[in-house]
Design a protein around this ligand. Structure first.
Ligand code: FES
Ligand SMILES: [Fe+2]
Length: 440
């Protein structure tokens, strides 16, 4: 296996060695592997639960079903947020059955045990019928850790995992300039899929598939290997900087006329694409200059906090184990797969898109086309393959999921053969091995 690439660009400051462990098919197929992940991986990582903005008032609740587990995030009277397992301490009934709720207290639908927002049992039927007297005030919902970063609320089942900001490092620092705290989630879509959750993780840990799966990105994002910078962090998180506002260097677009849709983007920033005929690669610099000059007047209040790179490029962050954040100055995409409750060959794919609230802007261009710049303008769940889009580009990524899952089931598949640029996949699986086999 060649993972010592000469061609790929790994940041000298952020590179990680790999061992070269084989990546065989069992991890995508077997129930045993799935059980190992349930036991040793998922309890030991932070999970993105919801948005801070979804929990406006005390008693606002968002439920996050994760595999067989269910967690509720509850806005407290004092303004804090707590996370509880969605399970009644009496005899285990699920407490919140909808995706969200807004209640003064949490009441179980089975025997009406009632809990304050802080999880304390406050009312039971026949309180005198318990040994030692009423359980009220003595019984509490089972609580999990809950912390926030930017617009997001996270939960974690394990007390020994690092605090959220430490866990997320270096991203809180690296993404600071984008100013995402008040961004609005316009798109919230998800789909049941017929493949293991790691298939899409692997896909997000490489850009090798771009020319084949997303050929139309070639005139807008430069996926040329020497121009793409990969970073790998000790935490297991990775990232990839891809130059935007520049065509790929895999094909000669650089001595031609400015290709579409770059020409349109140029005009939108008052640049005449004809001036860049024969030197299309220089357009990126011109857009940086134009954004700096015109952006604030157009309501893009965050541009002055961003680096040149952030103003025009794509910063694709793959967080261990299953969260992807793709940043551009005008859009944050959250992409994630979560395991199916029982079937290792299925998963749930989730796609959120957030946008900066720009004064006077009523619509934004999303992966589902133009949508009103409003919270959850489109929110839906579907079954992948039924023709319902989960977003342009994401649809293309998911399109290979089922056929890859099928191919991995072949006796003829002997394990992955990775080029250097896929070292992030290798590292992901080695870390996963360590977790699942308890070698952290
Ligand atoms: S299971 Fe909840 S009140 Fe009985
Ligand atoms: Fe892709």
């Amino acid at each position: 296996m060649n993972v010592q690439s000469q061609a790929s660009r790994y940041s000298p400051d952020f590179d990680m060695p790999v061992r070269g462990d084989p990546i065989t098919a069992d991890r995508y197929i077997s129930k045993e592997w799935m059980d190992g992940e349930m036991k040793n991986l998922w309890p030991k990582v932070w999970h993105l639960g919801c948005l801070v903005a979804e929990l406006e008032e005390p008693g606002d609740i968002v439920r996050h079903n994760f595999a067989k587990e269910s967690v509720i995030l509850v806005r407290q009277e004092d303004g804090g947020i707590k996370a509880f397992y969605n399970s009644c301490p009496h005899r285990g009934n699920r407490l919140i059955l909808g995706e969200s709720a807004s209640v003064p207290r949490i009441t179980c639908a089975y025997h009406s045990w009632t809990y304050d927002l802080d999880g304390t049992l406050v009312k039971v039927q026949d309180p005198d019928d318990f040994d030692g007297g009423t359980p009220c005030g003595r019984v509490h919902l089972s609580e999990l850790r809950c912390e926030t970063w930017g617009p997001f609320v996270f939960w974690c089942m394990d007390d020994d995992v690092a605090p959220l900001h430490e866990w997320l490092a270096p991203f809180p620092e690296r993404l600071k300039g984008y100013g995402i705290d008040n961004w609005v989630r316009v798109l919230k879509v998800s789909a049941d899929c017929e493949f293991n959750w790691k298939i899409i993780r692997d896909n997000f840990n490489e850009s090798y598939h771009l020319p084949t799966i997303h050929p139309e990105l070639a005139t807008f994002i430069n996926d040329g290997l020497p121009d793409t910078l990969f970073e790998m962090y000790p935490s297991g998180h990775n990232s990839m900087w891809m130059k935007g506002h520049q065509a790929t260097t895999r094909v000669d677009y650089h001595t031609t006329e400015v290709p579409a849709p770059l020409d349109e983007v140029a005009r939108a920033w008052e640049i005449d694409p004809a001036d860049f005929h024969g030197r299309t690669g220089d357009l990126r610099e011109a857009v940086i200059e134009a954004k700096r000059r015109l952006g604030p007047g157009r309501g893009f209040a965050n541009y002055d906090q961003m680096s040149d790179q952030q103003l025009v490029d794509y910063f694709h962050c793959t967080l261990f184990p299953n969260l992807t954040l793709t940043m551009s100055p005008e859009q944050l995409q959250v992409l994630r797969t979560e395991p199916h409750p029982t079937d290792p060959e299925k998963c749930v794919f989730q796609h959120w898109c957030l946008y900066p609230p720009v004064e006077g802007m009523e619509e934004v261009m999303t992966p589902l086309g133009m949508l009103p710049l409003e919270p959850d303008a489109v929110a839906r769940h579907s079954v992948y393959g039924d023709g319902v889009s989960v977003g342009y580009v994401a649809d293309q990524d998911l399109s290979i999921g089922t056929s890859q899952q099928q191919g991995l089931n072949s006796r003829g598949f002997k394990g992955c053969i990775l080029p250097g640029q896929e070292k992030r996949i290798q590292r992901f699986h080695e870390l996963l091995d360590d977790y699942v086999k308890g070698r952290e």
